[in-house]
Design a protein around this ligand. Structure first.
Ligand code: NAD
Length: 251
């Protein structure tokens, strides 16, 4: 099958968004819903998913849970056209700081979690005339930042996963792309700032680190995800920076 193109279907598209109860995933759900897509938000906290997205309980670190959530989505909506692999967890420290259990836990959620959801959804994506996967990567995949060795490694893997999957699936009509945000003003960043000795000063420093002078808003990343999922019909294997210029610019 050739690369998919827009408007080949009159049925509403169906998307699954992991981590769709909060932050970037919730914003992606809103942006996709605004485009007429039916959205199932797969999350540990399905009760916190905002309508019109439908919350479905799912732990991406558990293959049985992922398969059962995908089955539930297909039974409810009739198929899956879009996968937004977004659930992720943080880790801080140098290579000396995180023990094996933490390495395995973070890679399990941030990397293998995306593998599990893509793998379970693939048979359904193959039936879609407009199939797309969008992974949430990070600017940390390509920038060395102190004390983020485990988290950055996980996002480097997401970058490679995206490119390799894009190559594997383009000839069956499935596009695979990623967004690479800089810091985004979500509960994730708010939790991190709350732990700082001076949260206000830390927030200003974080804003200043971006050439744009500010963090991105979750809606800005959600729009980029929705664009890659529904409109970018000739785009695959692309890592779209949504980072206020932090990776590419030196002022
Ligand atoms: P968030 O903490 O606001 O939301 C994360 C969501 O993922 C939560 O709803 C949580 O319940 C869910 N989740 C966590 N573990 C899960 C699991 N095992 N199974 C299912 N759901 C799970 O975070 P966010 O800032 O919106 O981050 C979302 C993604 O964006 C992550 O992959 C993160 O690495 C990436 N990212 C965030 C930033 C940032 O600055 N916020 C920057 C770059 C990349």
């Amino acid at each position: 099958m050739a690369i998919n193109s827009e408007a080949q279907t009159s049925e509403p598209l169906v998307a699954v968004v992991s981590g769709g109860a909060s932050g970037i995933g919730a914003a992606a759900a809103v942006a996709l819903s605004a485009r007429g897509v039916h959205v199932a938000a797969l999350d540990l906290k399905p009760d916190q998913v905002a309508a019109p997205a439908v919350g479905i309980a799912c732990d991406v670190s558990d293959d049985v849970s992922v398969r059962s959530a995908v089955t539930e989505v297909v039974e409810r909506f009739g198929g899956i056209d879009i996968v937004v692999n977004n659930a992720g967890i943080a880790a801080q420290g140098t290579v000396a700081d995180n023990d094996d259990d933490e390495w395995l836990r973070v890679l399990d959620v941030n990397v293998i979690g995306m593998v599990r959801l893509a793998r379970a959804a693939l048979p359904h994506l193959r039936k879609s005339p407009a199939a797309a996967i969008v992974n949430t990567c990070s600017s940390f995949a390509t920038i060395g930042v102190p004390k983020r060795v485990l988290y950055s490694t996980s996002k480097g893997a997401v970058r490679s996963l995206t490119l390799a999957m894009a190559a594997d699936h383009i000839r069956e009509g499935i596009r695979v792309n990623a967004v690479a945000p800089g810091a985004v003003d979500t509960p994730w960043i708010q939790r991190m700032l709350a732990k700082a000795p001076d949260p206000e000063a830390q927030r200003i420093a974080l804003d200043d680190r971006h050439p744009s002078g500010r963090l991105a808003r979750p809606e800005e990343v959600g729009e980029a995800i929705a664009f890659l999922a529904t409109s970018a019909s000739a785009t695959t294997g692309t890592i779209l920076a949504v980072d206020g210029g932090i990776r590419a610019l030196r002022l």
